[in-house]
Design a protein around this ligand. Structure first.
Ligand code: FES
Ligand code: FES
Length: 153
């Protein structure tokens, strides 16, 4: 039997009628239509599917959509500065920290969570904050440099 509930994503409420076993990732990409959140491993390993739930980073592939009822979900589409890129996004682009881009949404979501609680993280704290996000292209150096530059422009 389906579960009917409202899901708040990036400040918009979406009425849903879904199988209660569906994960948040598939509902965000399917029913909600926000495809910035990526599916990598589908096994809680890569961080490509990272979103914020009430400000906390969560792998949406391993989180039931119904568990997010009553919570505020933020996806990569919600991490902007008005109609401009956020500082994290523009610095990452400028630093060459985006190659294929598949890991980028999850990286930015994790960075957003980090900077929200610690606006001036040390390089080690940045590494720990992004440790749940895998990147197969960049070797991480440019991503980490971009985050250091975001912390200390
Ligand atoms: S797709 Fe969710 S952690 Fe990899
Ligand atoms: S830029 Fe390709 S996986 Fe990170």
């Amino acid at each position: 039997m389906n579960h009917q509930f409202n899901l708040e994503v990036n400040g918009i409420v979406y009425p849903l009628d879904i199988d209660p076993g569906r994960n948040l990732l598939s509902v965000l990409r399917g029913e909600v239509g926000l495809t910035g959140t990526k599916e990598g491993c589908d096994d809680c390993e890569c961080g490509a599917c990272m979103v914020l739930i009430d400000g906390q980073p969560v792998n949406s592939c391993s989180y039931l959509a119904a568990q997010a009822e009553g919570c505020s979900v933020t996806t990569i589409e919600g991490i902007v500065d008005g109609d401009r890129l956020s500082d994290i996004q523009s610095t990452l682009l400028d630093a060459g920290g985006v190659q294929c881009g598949f890991c980028t949404p999850g990286m930015i979501v994790s960075a957003k969570a980090l900077f929200s609680t610690n606006p001036d993280p040390t390089p080690d704290e940045i590494r720990i904050g992004l440790s749940g996000n895998l990147c197969r292209c960049t070797g991480y150096t440019r991503i980490l440099k971009a985050m250091e530059r975001t912390a200390r422009p």
